[in-house]
Design a protein around this ligand. Structure first.
Ligand SMILES: [Zn+2]
Length: 264
């Protein structure tokens, strides 16, 4: 499924976890592929779609070092693949786990391409490439080195694993202040001026009003976790959400340790 959400910005959505791939068209048919995913067959199909459109991958970008965001395929060619310096370090450290997680959920990926990232070159906050300005909004909260991509000309925010309509906020519980980090990240994204379209890493594209609603839903969720109560979050309902209910329980336990228990 391939949708054009703004001039030169396409989003493909996998049925697996509703994982999104964002394609930004640049000069000479070169494209930026953000978080290309998810199965090996879908990446091969993406390569075929690009070729059929007279396009090619010029640069890859991974929003954060989780397995489903650091994939690539031979069919996409050998473009440089970037992430923040912190994300590159984390992906390098976790390489064996990334490979095992990819194989468990989406078997058949070429291990040579999983998690092979380089730090975004240059000093600036933007990805250097021949295409529309692509600013990085780096923040903690979900994963080390997580950075959304902001396309100011199109008003498109590619949010990585933030602001999903199908997943609750998933905290980096290994951090010293998971809730504080997450709130700070959310604030940075919510304060971007002129968001017209939001692409979450999992779920559905939202417009400006939908983005505000998601920010509010996430703040409500974080408030509930902070207060140590069940969230009543609609994303925790339904038969497919068992893993999210487990994550929610873990987040409650981790951020609100029982009296007398040492955190961590
Ligand atoms: Zn993630």
């Amino acid at each position: 499924m391939m949708d054009q959400i703004a001039p030169g910005v396409f989003v493909a959505t996998s049925p697996v976890y509703l994982t999104t791939t964002t394609i930004v068209v640049g000069g000479g048919g070169g494209c930026m592929l953000i978080d290309p995913a998810l199965t090996a067959a879908e990446l091969a199909g993406l390569g075929e779609w690009l070729a059929a459109c007279g396009l090619r991958a010029a640069v890859g970008y991974s929003t954060h070092p989780h397995w489903d965001h650091v994939l690539w395929s031979r069919s996409l060619g050998h473009a440089p693949r970037y992430a923040t310096a912190k994300a590159v370090t984390a992906a390098g450290r976790a390489r064996e786990a990334l490979l095992a997680e990819a194989e468990a959920t989406a078997p058949g990926h070429d291990p040579a391409f999983v998690g092979k990232l380089a730090a975004v070159p240059g000093q600036g906050p933007a990805i250097p490439w021949d295409g529309p300005r692509a600013e990085l909004i780096e923040h903690d909260g979900h994963a080390p080195g997580h950075a959304a991509v902001w396309l100011p000309e199109a008003g498109v925010l590619v949010a990585g694993d933030m602001l999903s309509d199908v997943e609750i906020p998933l905290l980096d519980v290994a951090a010293a202040d998971p809730l504080g980090d997450y709130r700070a990240g959310l604030d940075r994204l919510a304060s971007l001026p002129g968001i017209r379209s939001l692409v979450p890493g999992h779920g559905h594209v939202a417009d400006a009003a939908g983005t505000r609603a998601r920010v509010a839903m996430d703040v409500t969720y974080l408030d509930a976790v902070q207060a140590g109560r069940d969230a009543g979050d609609p994303r925790l309902l339904g038969p497919g959400a068992a893993w999210l209910r487990a994550e929610h329980a873990r987040q409650l336990a981790t951020t609100r340790p029982a009296p007398g228990r040492r955190p961590g």
